[in-house]
Design a protein around this ligand. Structure first.
Ligand code: ATP
Ligand code: MG
Length: 589
C-alpha cells in the first residue's frame, strides 16, 4: 500500500473525549473515528488489524470443527419471549419496531437465534456434536460506553455455540474450545490469562474469562504466584485463613463507643486490630432479615452472599429497616442477642445469620451491641453467636491462600477479551431444542457458548503494547509487517530502490506500507512510530552509497544496517511468523 494513496489521517493531539490509551492511539493513528457515543467508523488501517484478529479466530474455530454461519442482526421478539429474556434483559437491549409495529431487537448476542436454527435443522444424534460460529455485529446499549471500542455500543463479536448429546460431551468440548482460545491469544502475541468466572467447586469451573493483561485493565484478576489458578476478583474463592496463636476466651464485655460506627474508629478507640472485628451488613433475603458477617479487614461479596442465602431476591436493608431489625443504627448492629423481628404483617421472625469462613473459631472478637453507642467485646464464635452456616462471603485480598495449592495469590489487572461458558440446557429446554437418540428417544441438547470481543481485542492489544510515541504492534496483529520509508522521495535512485523492495516484499507475501509522501522525514518517522508497524526500513542516498538500507524494529531502540542484497530475505524471514500455521483437517467437533 502506498501511504500517499491510503487514508491514514493521523492526529498530533488526542481527541478531548478519548478516555484511555487505546482510544487515544486508535484515533491518533487514524484507525477509527467516533461517530456518536459508542459508535465508531473503522478506517482502512484499523480494519486491517481487525481482520487479522478475525482471521486468527476463524482459523482456530475451523480447526476445532466449527461451522461458520451468519445470523441476522435484527431478531424477532418472539424468540426472546420464549426464553423470557425479552423481559429480563433490560435497557442494554435495543428494541425496535418494524412498519407493522412488530417488536424486534438488535442482536446483543444470539443464543435464541442459533437455538431456533438448530432445533429446526438438527434432529438426530448422528448430527451431534455440532458447533456453529459467526462474526456478527452486536449492539448493547451500555449505560456508560467508554474507552473507545473497548466498551462500545456496537462491536464485532465472534460468537460460537455448541450442541451436544450429553453432559459429558459438552464437558469434553469445553476443554477443546478452551484450548482453541489459548491458541488464539498466543498467536496474537498477547500476554493473557484465562481466569475462572464462576466460583466453582474445587475441580473446575465451567466459565472462564480470557484476560489480556494490562495495567490499565478494568478487571481485577486474582492470580496464584505458584500455580496457574486465576479468577476474576468478584468470583475468586476465599479459604479460611490459617489459624492464629491460641487464645483463652474472655467474658463478654460492653464497650462505650459514642459516635463510632466504623471499624476504623472503634479500632482506634479499643486498640483492637480490624481482624478481630465482625463487620455486619443487614439484608432482606426474600423478605426475611439476614445478617451477613465478615471480618473487619474484609469486604462482603454480595453475589456470594446471594448464593449462600439461597434467596431469589436479596435487598440491602434501609436505615429504617436497620432500626426495626437490630434496634440501632448501621454501625452498631451485631450477631449477639439479636432480637426477633416483627415483620410488616406482624409476624415474629428470627433473623438469619450467615458468617464468612474466616470467622469460624473466632476468639474474643468485637461487634456492635445492637444498642446505640455500644459495642460488645470478647465475642466468641459458638459461645455467643451461632450462624446458620459459615460460607465464603468475602472479596479476595492480596496474599490470601490460593484455593488450589499452598501458594498465595496476588492481584493484577486485565481486559476481558473472551468468555467461554457451559450453558447446559438453559436455552435448549425452554426452546425445546431436542434430538432423537440411537433408541429414537427425544432428548434435550446440552449447549456451550464461546464469545470473543474481536474489536475489543484490537484495543486490548494496544493497551498492552505501546509507548509514549505510539502503538507497538505484535507482528501477528499489525496492519502491515513492514514500512518502507524513502528519505529523498525526489531522488530517482532512492525512489526506485524503495519501489523495488516494496514490490518484492508484496510478491513474497509480506504486507508492506510504502511511505512515499512528500513530507519531511521527521514527520514520517513520527507517523511510523504512531501507527506502530513492527519493522521500519529506511532507504536514503546515504545508505544506498554503501549499498545498504537501515532497518529498525518498533519494539527496539536501535536501528541497524543491512546489505541491500540481503534485505529482502531478512525481511521475509522477519515477517514469516505472522502467516498462518497450517490448518489440519478439522477434527469432528
Ligand atoms: P463485560 O463484562 O465487559 O460487559 P460481558 O460479560 O457483557 O462483558 P459477554 O456477553 O461475555 O460480555 O460477551 C463476549 C465478549 O464480547 C466479551 O468477552 C467482550 O470481549 C466483548 N464485549 C462485551 N461487551 C462489549 C462492549 N460493550 N464493547 C466491546 N466488546 C464487548
Ligand atoms: Mg456486559
Amino acid at each position: 500500500m502506498r501511504y500517499s494513496r491510503y487514508l491514514i489521517p493521523t492526529l498530533r493531539e488526542a481527541p478531548s473525549d478519548a478516555d484511555n490509551v487505546s482510544a487515544v492511539l486508535m484515533q491518533r493513528a487514524g484507525m477509527i473515528r467516533k461517530l456518536a457515543a459508542g459508535l465508531y467508523d473503522w478506517l482502512p488501517l484499523g480494519l486491517r488489524t481487525l481482520r487479522k484478529v478475525e482471521r486468527i479466530v476463524r482459523e482456530e474455530m475451523d480447526r476445532i470443527g466449527g461451522q461458520e454461519v451468519a445470523l441476522p442482526v435484527v431478531q424477532p421478539s418472539e424468540l426472546w419471549n420464549e426464553t423470557g429474556r425479552w423481559k429480563v434483559y433490560g435497557k442494554e437491549l435495543l428494541r425496535i419496531k418494524d412498519r407493522k409495529n412488530a417488536d424486534f431487537c438488535f442482536a446483543p448476542t444470539a443464543e435464541e437465534v442459533i437455538t431456533d436454527l438448530v432445533r429446526r435443522d438438527v434432529r438426530s444424534w448422528r448430527q451431534l456434536p455440532a458447533m456453529f460460529y459467526q462474526f456478527g455485529l452486536k449492539f448493547r446499549d451500555e449505560i456508560r460506553p467508554r474507552f473507545g471500542v473497548m466498551r462500545a455500543r456496537e462491536f464485532l463479536m465472534k460468537d460460537a455455540y455448541s450442541f451436544h448429546a450429553d453432559d459429558e460431551d459438552a464437558g469434553r468440548f469445553y476443554e477443546v474450545a478452551y484450548q482453541a482460545y489459548q491458541r488464539v491469544f498466543e498467536r496474537g502475541g498477547l500476554r493473557f490469562k484465562p481466569v475462572e468466572a464462576q466460583a466453582g467447586a474445587i475441580g473446575g469451573s465451567f466459565s472462564h474469562e480470557f484476560m489480556v493483561l494490562a495495567e490499565t485493565g478494568e478487571e481485577t484478576i486474582v492470580a496464584c504466584t505458584q500455580c496457574s489458578y486465576g479468577a476474576n476478583v468478584e468470583r475468586a474463592e476465599c479459604l479460611a485463613p490459617r489459624p492464629g496463636a491460641p487464645e483463652a476466651p474472655k467474658p463478654l464485655e460492653e464497650v462505650h463507643t459514642p459516635n463510632m460506627g466504623s471499624v476504623v474508629e472503634v479500632s482506634a478507640h479499643t486498640g483492637l486490630p480490624a481482624t478481630k472485628f465482625l463487620k455486619t451488613q443487614l439484608y432482606l433475603a426474600d423478605g426475611v432479615p439476614l445478617m451477613a458477617l465478615v471480618r473487619g479487614d474484609h469486604e462482603l461479596n454480595e453475589p456470594k452472599l446471594q448464593t449462600a442465602s439461597g434467596a431469589a431476591l436479596l435487598e440491602r436493608a434501609t436505615d429504617d429497616q436497620y432500626r426495626s431489625i437490630a434496634g440501632c443504627d448501621v454501625g452498631y448492629a451485631g450477631p449477639v442477642h439479636l432480637p426477633r423481628w416483627k415483620d410488616p404483617k406482624g409476624q415474629m421472625v428470627t433473623v438469619r445469620v450467615i458468617a464468612d469462613r474466616s470467622l469460624e473459631g473466632l476468639v474474643n472478637g468485637l461487634s456492635g451491641a445492637n444498642r446505640k453507642d455500644y459495642h460488645l467485646a470478647n465475642i466468641n464464635a459458638g459461645r455467643d453467636f451461632q450462624p446458620e452456616s459459615y460460607k465464603d462471603l468475602r472479596m479476595a485480598v492480596p496474599q490470601d491462600p490460593c484455593p488450589r495449592c499452598a501458594g498465595l495469590v496476588e492481584f493484577t489487572k486485565g481486559i476481558e477479551v473472551g468468555h467461554t461458558f457451559k450453558l447446559g440446557t438453559k436455552y435448549s429446554e425452554k426452546m425445546n431444542a431436542v434430538y432423537l437418540d440411537a433408541e429414537q428417544k427425544s432428548k434435550v441438547m446440552i449447549m456451550g457458548c464461546y464469545g470473543i470481543g474481536v474489536t475489543r481485542v484490537v484495543a486490548a492489544a494496544i493497551e498492552q503494547n505501546h509507548d509514549d510515541n505510539g502503538i507497538i504492534w505484535p507482528l501477528a496483529l499489525a496492519p502491515f509487517a513492514v514500512e518502507v520509508i524513502p528519505i529523498e522521495v525526489d531522488d530517482e535512485a532512492v525512489r526506485e530502490a524503495a519501489n523495488a523492495l516494496y514490490k518484492s516484499l508484496w510478491e513474497k507475501g509480506v504486507e508492506t506500507l510504502l511511505d512515499d509522501r512528500p513530507e519531511r522525514p521527521g514527520v514520517r518517522f513520527k507517523d511510523a512510530d504512531l501507527i506502530g508497524i513492527p519493522l521500519r526500513v529506511v532507504i536514503s542516498k546515504k545508505t544506498l552509497a554503501d549499498r545498504e538500507v537501515e532497518f529498525k524494529r518498533r519494539d527496539q531502540p536501535k536501528a541497524e544496517r543491512l546489505k541491500l542484497d540481503e534485505a529482502l530475505e531478512r525481511l521475509v524471514d522477519f515477517a514469516a511468523p505472522a502467516s498462518s500455521p497450517p490448518v489440519a483437517a478439522p477434527a469432528a467437533s
